[in-house]
Design a protein around this ligand. Structure first.
Ligand code: SMG
Ligand code: MG
Length: 370
């Protein structure tokens, strides 16, 4: 138990090495909030996975900044002693906003583990020190460009290719990649761009031996996902629809998916992410670690989570260079065998380089108990 002395928020921006296009928009830079918590014993970092606009979820950077500054930080300052045992409860008076909460929960836990000299991976119950990595490939301008991009990632060693898809080009692009690479682990992610009336597209995709189809339908509709799952052979995986362990349980019990993409930043932080993992493990549903184009801070958090026993499929835990020419932390690197090291130092095991962090910072605010 310790008191939080200060919470610092930073809005940071980094150019992406190539634009990332999904069914809901295109990003050319990464802009996010980093939270630094200072306790009486240590400091800790958390990264908020919101983007500049509310395209992936209702939460977005400017909104999350206000929620953190005006509600979540005051809840922490007002509560007295804080630890990983009570931090989620302290934030419980704020409804929803799991992404904003995750940044603070993870930062408090990081500070606690740094003070104890324990790694996040060990704390969560990791059973390995390297994790298998996949890569998520944005919607390309043409099938040729997509094939080139996929080729490049495969030659770097990535063990699974996930294609972003949208109506119109879906079957053609998947067919081209599958024809060129008959043996690879291949999946698709629709980011909720389809309706149940598009069942024909998913029946056609059944022919390509996909590892899964991720989040085909509306994020609030588990019943429709269950209907679609019954109508096709390929396993469905949910991402946006799962914001908590309760959501994961509902999805699995309804048959809305057979696989879950766990993004700690989407479910309120690593503590809830571990509960999602446990719910899935209990029901023998494979999970994998999703990504939100995180900087090295969030990526280190993800790598620790991905080392848990239920994470049996390669995650969107790609190397720093897949996103940034220069990361905020020391770069996370992919080995030629398609694995990455799980940080083993105290807490998340990495920290931003002070100069690079300052150069990327667009706004900064320090909050203290009043
Ligand atoms: O971190 O490699 C990454 C990105 C993985 O495809 C990815 N994320 O729906 O799973 C997803 C998307 C959301 C990104 S929104 C910018
Ligand atoms: Mg997804």
């Amino acid at each position: 138990m310790t008191r939080v002395r200060e919470i610092e928020l930073r809005l940071v921006g980094l150019p992406l090495v190539r634009p990332f296009r999904t069914s809901f928009g295109e990003e050319t830079e990464k802009a996010c909030i980093l939270v630094r918590v200072e306790t009486e014993e240590a400091w800790g970092w958390g990264e908020c996975v919101t983007g500049a606009d509310p395209g992936f979820s209702e939460e977005f950077n400017e909104g999350a900044w206000l929620v953190l500054r005006d509600f979540l930080a005051p809840a922490i300052f007002g509560a007295g002693d804080v630890s990983s045992d009570n931090v989620e409860e302290m934030l419980g008076g704020v409804r929803g906003n799991p992404m904003a909460k995750a940044a603070l929960v993870n930062a408090v836990l990081d500070a606690e583990l740094r003070a104890r000299g324990m790694s996040l991976a060990a704390y969560l119950g990791a059973d390995r020190d390297r994790v298998a990595c996949g890569v998520s490939v944005g919607i390309a301008p043409s099938a040729e460009r997509l094939l080139e991009e996929v080729e490049g990632y495969l030659s770097e060693g990535y063990r699974r290719i996930k294609l972003k898809i949208e109506p119109g080009t879906d079957v053609e692009r998947v067919s081209a990649v599958r024809a060129a690479h008959p043996q690879i682990l291949l999946s698709v992610d629709a980011n909720a761009a389809y309706g149940l009336e598009d069942v024909g597209v998913f029946r056609a995709l059944d022919a390509f031996d996909l590892l899964m189809v991720e989040q085909p339908l509306h994020h609030e509709d588990l019943i429709e996902h269950a209907r679609l799952q019954r109508a096709i052979r390929t396993d469905l995986c949910l991402d946006e629809s799962v914001r908590s362990a309760a959501d994961a349980r509902a999805a699995l019990e309804l048959g809305a998916c057979r696989i879950v993409n766990i993004k700690q930043g989407r479910v309120g932080g690593v503590l809830e992410a571990k509960r999602v993992h446990d719910v899935c493990l209990e029901r023998e549903a494979p999970v994998w670690c999703g990504g939100m184009l995180e900087t090295g801070v969030g990526r280190a958090t993800n790598l620790a989570l991905a080392a848990l026993p239920g994470f049996t499929l390669p995650g969107d835990t790609s190397a720093s260079r897949r996103y940034f020419a220069e990361d905020l932390t020391e770069p996370h690197e992919l080995a030629p065998d398609g694995t990455m090291a799980v940080p083993s130092g105290p807490g998340i095991g990495v920290e931003p380089d002070p100069e690079r962090l300052d150069a990327a910072t667009r706004r900064r605010e320090r909050l203290r108990a009043t």
